[in-house]
Design a protein around this ligand. Structure first.
Ligand code: IVH
Length: 688
């Protein structure tokens, strides 16, 4: 390789800048427009020349250079990255009361006395998309999107182009994952849209969408030309602690060269949090990027560790959302949709309107009472609102703008999908179709749920295909999905399908025959049983056989089976009733048997049981605990592999009795079950 001819640094710099622009242009001509203007050899020559210059003058941090890009054709899809520490979402608070409840919940969980101070850090919630950046030995090595929280997409090449992201950091532990938000300022967004418009290219609805669209480009040279920025606000995997408070994490991140969300404050009371929230809300017009609320985080990392997580969100943080944006539009029609569990949900079709940067054309009307209470009618002018990521809602109708021929809305008494009776239970707001799996709408929604991302996650079986397969009679029940191989000849003949797409689909289906119990339970689509509850059921019963054998036939409060069911965290009488109804419904059980014959359902595997003295043991807490909150005690026992039951039986190994323990303590004595004090329990599990 010939050394670059002697030139001044300045002119080399200029040459490099020119080369970068030329190469980026040829990349686009080649990869996106299929219209190369130069030969491969000429292209390689430009690139080699740039590489030679960069040996002397490496591109400065944050500057994108095509020499760092993958070079060859952009990949067909992003590679997947498994998060070593899951990327969680946040629970929401909408009012000062919710903020106060959050502080109370935290105090109760930690069993803090009234005079023990509790510090909570408040900082803006950036309306962008979250990203995890991995550093090894101080070098940026990988970036991943959140994805489903467990697995995201590898966007390393794209993040390489973001100037806000330090590419090397000093003083960090060997492994450090920084989590934060990729976003765009409002000014940059306006400029980008103007340029897009001039180029007759896609216009983005808001800065958030523009940031997401810019990051998720298979060709990083496009991302490089988009004005993306990054704020760091949390950590993923770290090989050593970098702080002992959230405030300390912020300081360390700033030290490493990250931008951090501002302003921030450490508050001692819920009132102080709410005041901070109000102040930042008022200052929004002066903040150059979109915020959608304030995040409250317990400041002590030791407290954070004790608080842990519940399903997909930490107990130690919450997002206090800003009030919703509102707009006026016309309600064109009310359509009733039938959901997975037969609930009839009225949906308003609206004249499309821009609400705080998002075009809204539909809003939920929830149920019959909601329509009557608000007296919403087809043709009405209505005020709608949307807050963050929640479904837009109708605030009120404007009866003064109504025509003389307007009539009140009449809620249907029959299912619009199958025509069977729709009934409303006495104490419920929902009206439900009585058709069960015989109703095509319910059956299709159940199938969509069954294959959805958090359930069986079958690639290639999207909503549209499920609907078509159902209408054609190829797939009516979940088991039919696993028997699709019988239809391969017919499938190959479908419009746009062929040998390859059919074989890909068959492999995707076969890959999912083996499934964990918690996903399977979630996939069943039992009313009120979401991901968190499905997991709790799986943890408690461990196998499907055991679960089916122990779900009681009725909600008999006296039975041990019922007691054990409602002792599971998150399962109260209402959820229990739905679970009991499901597992005692012959039609449902026939469908479950049918699909089970096609599957290999893996029992729930407990975590961290290695050297835990209580792994696999059944424990019962009773009476008032003084050192731990009740929820904390349960969560801790479960994390150590124990099963927490609600009543004492001969299968119980330990009863942990707090103050004023009553009948359960007596029962333990009768059955000869070991009784421990709270202190004895803590020393048994090594937490004394
Ligand atoms: S802390 C363990 N802080 O909001 C959870 N999140 O709705 C750590 N977000 O997924 C999140 N600004 O993408 C945190 N200052 C901030 C944030 C923030 C925006 C996002 C984040 C998260 C989502 C939850």
């Amino acid at each position: 390789m010939s050394p670059p001819p002697k030139k001044s640094v300045k002119s080399l710099e200029m040459e490099a800048t020119l080369l970068r622009a030329q190469i980026a242009r040829h990349d686009i001509l080649y990869h996106q427009q299929d219209a190369p203007e130069i030969s491969d050899a000429e292209y390689d020559k430009l690139k080699r020349r740039l590489e030679d210059i960069e040996k002397i003058l490496p591109p400065t941090d944050g500057l994108f250079s095509p020499t760092q890009s993958v070079g060859a054709k952009p990949a067909a899809a992003f590679a997947k990255v498994r998060h070593r520490v899951p990327m969680l979402s946040l629970g929401n608070a909408f009012s000062p009361e919710d903020a106060a409840d959050f502080c109370e919940r935290v105090r109760k969980f930690l069993n803090l006395s009234e005079d023990t101070p509790l510090e909570i850090l408040a900082e803006p919630k950036i309306d962008g998309l979250s990203c995890s950046l991995r550093y090894e030995n101080g070098k940026f090595v990988q970036a991943a999107t959140r994805g489903d929280g467990e697995e995201g997409e590898d966007v390393t090449a794209n993040i390489m182009t973001v100037a806000d992201v330090p590419k090397t950091i000093t003083g960090a532990p060997d492994i450090l994952e920084v989590r934060g938000e990729i976003y765009m300022t409002r000014d940059d967004f306006d400029a980008l849209n103007a340029a897009q418009e001039a180029a007759e290219d896609k216009i983005f609805a808001n800065p958030r969408n523009a940031a997401a669209g810019s990051l998720r480009q298979l060709d990083p040279t496009i991302t490089a030309r988009r004005p993306l920025r990054f704020f760091g606000y949390a950590l993923g995997e770290t090989s050593a602690p970098i702080a002992d408070t959230q405030e300390g994490i912020r300081a360390a991140l700033e030290q490493f060269g990250f931008q951090i969300p501002a302003p921030a404050a450490v508050c001692g009371t819920a009132d102080a949090l709410v005041t901070f929230h109000e102040n930042v809300y008022g200052a929004r017009p002066d903040i150059p990027y979109d915020l959608d609320g304030i995040v409250y985080k317990v400041n002590s990392l030791e407290f954070q560790r004790r608080l842990g997580f519940i399903s997909r969100a930490p107990r130690w943080a919450i997002a206090h959302k800003f009030p919703a944006e509102q707009a006026e539009t016309v309600l064109e029609a009310i359509e009733v949709q039938v959901g997975r569990t037969g609930t009839l949900t009225p949906v308003a079709h609206l004249k499309p309107v821009n609400v705080g940067g998002v075009i809204v054309s539909r809003a939920t009307l929830h149920n019959q009472d909601e329509i009557e209470r608000k007296d919403v009618r087809a043709g009405d002018h209505v005020i709608i609102q949307r807050a963050g990521d929640v479904i837009p809602q109708i605030v009120r109708s404007l009866p003064e703008k109504r025509g003389a021929d307007s009539l009140p809305y009449v809620f249907p008494q029959n299912c619009p999908a199958c025509g069977r009776a729709a009934v409303r239970a006495e104490d419920e707001a929902a009206t439900r179709c009585t058709g069960g799996l015989l109703c095509p709408a319910q059956a299709v929604e159940r199938l969509k749920h069954f294959v959805s991302r958090l359930a069986f996650d079958i690639e290639g079986l999207g909503d549209k295909i499920i609907r078509e397969f159902y209408d054609e009679g190829i797939v009516r029940l979940p088991a039919d999905i696993f028997r699709l191989a019988r239809h391969t000849d017919a499938l190959k003949e479908r419009d746009g399908w062929g040998e390859l797409s059919v074989s890909n689909l068959m492999s995707a289906i076969d890959a999912r025959r083996r499934i964990g119990l918690e996903r399977f339970i979630y996939a069943l689509g039992i009313r009120q049983v979401g991901q968190a509850t499905a997991k709790k059921l799986a943890m408690h019963y461990e196998t499907l056989e055991n679960l089916r054998a122990h779900i009681p036939a009725t909600a008999d409060a006296e039975s041990t089976a019922y007691q054990n069911l409602i002792a599971i965290e998150d399962i109260g009488p209402a959820v229990a009733a739905d679970i009991i109804a499901f597992f005692n419904d012959a039609q449902q059980m026939a469908a479950v048997d049918d699909v089970c014959a096609e599957l290999d359902i893996q029992p729930y595997i407990r975590v961290q049981t290695g050297d835990s003295p209580v792994a696999g043991k059944t424990v019962v807490f009773t009476g008032k605990l003084t050192r731990l909150g009740r929820e904390e005690a349960k969560a801790q026992a479960e994390a150590l592999g124990a099963k927490v039951a609600g009543s004492v039986s001969k299968n119980t190994q330990y009863v942990i009795a707090g103050e004023d323990a009553g009948s359960k303590l007596k029962k333990a004595a009768e059955l000869g079950v070991t009784v421990l004090s709270e202190d004895e329990w803590l020393s048994l599990v090594g937490k004394a």
